[in-house]
Design a protein around this ligand. Structure first.
Ligand SMILES: [Zn+2]
Ligand SMILES: [Zn+2]
Length: 262
């Protein structure tokens, strides 16, 4: 493993940009990314408490594997181990996927603001959400390292911000796990997944990732980190590659998940 790259400081924000952003925060104090109310001195910068309280958290019962929420507890079945029909018919390449909330309302707006308006100040509150629920899904020792879903360099140049890496670094500090950025690499840029069917998404992402040093993940329990779980096509492909390289366990953790109640 290339430890130099693993431990280098956050590369998701260019230092100059961060300095400019800090200066801007000073001149133009942060406002709620949802309702534009001033958030100076409030516990969560960039989000006011009433907006923060509208986040739709995902609660049990959920599918034991993909984490999809069930409308009602499955009758007569131990809900902690019950899987949804899709997972039974086509088992995902990962072991367990979990998300903090539903990709709607406040959470959707905040993720958009972090990613596309480049409000880096939203990384700590969103990363803190991941950290708060982490132990509930992965008791100590279950996961050995965090692996952010990589963004292709061409996208990074346009957006200059790698949200999965930023969230993984914040979470890693909070829960005391290393962030492995060299485990997975993105071979080629992919078309936007927006508007594609589940099958088209799978085809679009196929072969997009490689594992350059398979020996590093052999026998390891890895936790993939991303911002949103949509159809799961991207994390499935990442998990498939990590498994093929010999990972003993691959889980998925995202801030939000798109879902329809079963
Ligand atoms: Zn607000
Ligand atoms: Zn499922």
């Amino acid at each position: 493993m290339n430890t130099r790259r693993m431990h280098q400081p956050a590369r998701y924000v260019r230092p100059l940009q961060q300095a400019v952003r800090t200066l801007l925060d000073f001149i133009l104090p942060p406002r709620c990314a949802i309702c534009a109310r001033a958030t100076c001195g409030l516990p969560v910068p960039w989000v006011c408490p009433p907006c923060w309280d509208t986040i739709a958290y995902i609660t049990a019962p959920t599918c034991a594997q993909c984490g999809k929420p069930f409308a009602a507890p499955p009758e007569g079945i131990a809900s902690a181990t019950h899987r949804c029909g899709a997972c039974i018919l086509t088992p995902p390449a990962y072991d367990q996927a979990r998300a903090v909330g539903v990709y709607t309302g406040a959470l959707r707006t905040l993720i958009h603001a972090m990613k596309y308006q480049r409000i880096y100040g939203l990384v700590p509150p969103l990363g803190a959400l991941l950290a708060q629920q982490f132990a509930m899904h992965w008791p100590a020792g279950v996961s050995e390292a965090l692996v952010p879903v990589p963004l292709h360099r061409s996208k990074l140049r346009v957006r200059e911000f790698d949200q999965a890496l930023a969230l993984a670094q914040y979470l890693g500090q909070g829960v005391g796990l290393p962030v492995w950025t060299d485990v997975l690499t993105r071979q080629r840029p992919t078309l936007s997944q927006v508007g594609l069917s589940a099958r088209e998404r799978r085809q679009n992402i196929r072969g997009a990732f490689t594992v350059p040093h398979p020996q590093v993940c052999r026998g390891k329990a890895l936790l993939l980190i991303d911002d949103v779980y949509t159809t799961g096509a991207t994390v499935q492909e990442c998990a498939r590659m990590l498994r093929r390289a010999g990972a003993a366990r691959v889980d998925v953790y995202t801030i939000a998940r798109v879902h329809k109640i079963l």
